[in-house]
Design a protein around this ligand. Structure first.
Ligand SMILES: *Cc1c(COP(=O)(O)O)cnc(C)c1O
Length: 429
C-alpha cells in the first residue's frame, strides 16, 4: 500500500499545526504510522489522497450515522447554502430542527443550539450551576466531556479525590470544583454528597461511556444517580454527544428510560456539520439568557446550513426500522468475531451497544476506566496497522469505539469479519 502523498502532506501539516493536526487523536500517536489524509468519502468508504480505499468504522468519530455524503444530507446542504451561509438572525431552519427533535423526544421541552459538543457541555454545566446556585460538579473517571477547563480533570487514587487536572493550563481552583469518581460505584457518589453537603450542582455522566473503551453501566447504577441527585437538589446531566440519536432517537435516556435534568448533544445532530445542543425542561431552560441570568451565546449558533444538514440526517433516523437494522449489522459483526475469538481461546471481545462497538482485549467485563490494562493497547496497535493494510479504517486508538452506519452493507461486514479473524490472531500471538 502506498501512502507517499499522505506522508508528504503530514510533513507539511507539521509546519502549520502542533503535531500536524487540529485535534490530537488524529495524529496516530498511539498506533504505528502516520495519519492518512482523506480526499473523499461515499457511503461506507473513504479514499485517501494516494487513492487507497477503506471501509470506514470511524465515521468522523460518530457523526456520520448515514455514512459519507448521503444524498439527502448533501441535497439539503446544497439547497440551503445558495441562500447564504449565516445571518446572525433567526432562521426557520432552527425551528425545523428543534421541532423534529422535541416532537420525538420525551426528555426535553426546550433546547439551545451551539456549535460543538464541548460548547454544549460547558453551557449545560453553567446552567446547572446557575439553576442550583451551587458550584461543585461530579464527573467520572474515563468519561470525556470535551475540553472545557473544569472537565479536563482526572481522578487521583482514592474514592472521592479532588481532581488534579489532566491538562496544563487549567487553574487548580477550577479543578478543585470538580470531584472525580470511579464509574459503577454508587457508594462513592453517596460519600461525595455527604462530604460536600449542599455544594454539588450536578453529576455529569456519559450514560453510555464511550470515550475510554465502551464501559457499559448497569441500569440500576444510572437509576441510582437519578435518585441521589433528586434527593440532594442536584441536577443529573446526561452527556449524549455520542449516544444521542445513536443508541436510538432518544439516545441513552430512551434506552434506559431514565429522565435526566439536562441532556447534551453533538456529533450526529449536525449531520456532519458543526452543531451541538443542550436541552431540558422549560423550567430549567428559563434560566438561560435572554429569559434568565445564565449567559450563553454564539455568532454561528443555529447556522442555517448546519441546521439543514441536521434535519436531513435526523429525518432518516426517524424512519421505521432504522435503528433495528443498524443494530442487526453490528451484532453480526460482533457475534461472528466473538465466536471466532472463543474458538481460538483469545482473550478478546467485541463489546457493543446499538451501533457502537469496542475492541476489548480482555475476557473480563470492564466497567471502569482503571480496569483497562494499558498493555493491551499493544495488541490494538498491531491490529490497527494490519486492518489499514487490508482496507479497514478504525479510529487510531484502542480506547476509542467504532461505529456502524446505515451505509455499511452486509458485504462490508462480512469482509471485515474475515480480515478481523486473521488480524486478532496475529495481534495476540
Ligand atoms: C465528542 C464528545 C464531546 C466533545 O464534542 P466536540 O464536538 O468534540 O467538542 C463531549 N462529550 C462527549 C460524550 C463526546 O463524545
Amino acid at each position: 500500500m502506498k501512502t507517499k502523498k499522505s506522508a508528504a502532506a503530514f510533513k507539511k501539516a507539521k509546519t502549520f499545526f502542533p503535531g500536524g493536526v487540529n485535534s490530537p487523536v488524529r495524529a496516530f500517536g498511539s498506533v504505528d504510522g502516520d495519519p492518512l489524509f482523506i480526499a473523499k468519502g461515499k457511503g461506507s468508504k473513504i479514499y485517501d489522497i494516494d487513492g487507497n480505499k477503506y471501509i470506514d468504522y470511524c465515521c468522523s468519530w460518530g457523526p456520520l450515522i448515514l455514512g459519507h455524503a448521503p444524498t439527502s444530507v448533501v441535497k439539503a446542504v446544497q439547497k440551503s447554502v445558495v441562500n447564504g451561509l449565516s445571518f446572525g438572525a433567526p432562521t426557520v431552519q432552527e425551528n425545523e430542527l428543534a421541532e423534529l427533535i422535541i416532537k420525538n423526544n420525551r426528555f426535553i421541552e426546550k433546547l439551545r443550539f451551539v456549535s460543538s459538543g464541548t460548547e454544549a457541555v460547558m453551557s449545560a454545566i453553567r446552567l446547572a450551576r446557575g439553576y442550583t446556585k451551587k458550584d461543585k460538579i461530579i464527573k467520572f473517571e474515563g468519561c470525556y466531556h470535551g475540553h472545557a477547563d473544569h472537565l479536563l480533570v482526572k481522578a487521583g487514587s482514592g474514592l472521592a479525590t479532588f481532581g488534579t487536572s489532566s491538562s496544563a493550563g487549567v487553574p487548580e481552583a477550577f479543578a478543585n470544583e470538580t470531584i472525580v469518581l470511579p464509574l459503577n460505584d454508587l457508594k462513592a457518589v453517596e460519600k461525595a454528597f455527604a462530604t460536600h453537603y449542599n455544594q454539588i450542582a450536578c453529576i455529569i455522566i456519559e450514560p453510555v461511556p464511550a470515550n475510554n473503551g465502551l464501559l457499559l453501566q448497569g441500569k440500576e447504577y444510572l437509576q441510582g444517580l437519578r435518585e441521589i441527585t433528586k434527593k440532594h437538589n442536584s441536577l443529573l446531566i446526561f452527556d449524549e454527544v455520542i449516544s444521542g440519536f445513536r443508541v436510538g432517537f432518544e439516545g441513552a435516556a430512551g434506552l434506559y428510560k431514565i429522565k435526566p435534568d439536562i441532556i447534551t448533544y453533538g456529533k450526529i445532530i449536525g449531520g456532519g456539520m458543526p452543531v451541538g445542543a443542550y436541552g431540558s425542561s422549560a423550567k430549567i431552560m428559563k434560566e438561560i439568557a435572554p429569559d434568565g441570568p445564565v449567559y450563553q451565546a454564539g455568532t454561528l449558533s443555529g447556522n442555517p446550513v448546519a441546521m439543514s444538514a441536521g434535519k436531513a440526517q435526523l429525518s432518516e433516523c426517524l424512519k421505521k426500522g432504522f435503528y433495528n437494522s443498524l443494530e442487526a449489522k453490528t451484532k453480526l459483526l460482533c457475534d461472528e468475531i466473538n465466536k471466532f475469538a472463543t474458538k481460538e481461546k483469545l482473550a478478546f471481545k467485541m463489546v457493543s451497544v446499538g451501533s457502537i462497538f469496542w475492541l476489548r482485549f480482555s475476557n473480563k467485563d470492564i466497567k471502569s476506566a482503571a480496569d483497562i490494562d494499558p498493555k493491551s493497547m499493544n495488541h490494538f496497535r498491531i491490529l490497527h496497522k494490519f486492518l489499514l493494510e487490508k482496507g479497514i479504517y478504525l479510529g487510531p486508538s484502542g480506547y476509542e469505539v467504532g461505529f456502524i452506519s446505515a451505509a455499511h452493507s452486509n458485504d462490508d461486514i462480512k469482509k471485515t469479519i474475515e480480515v478481523f479473524k486473521v488480524g486478532i490472531k496475529k495481534a495476540m500471538k
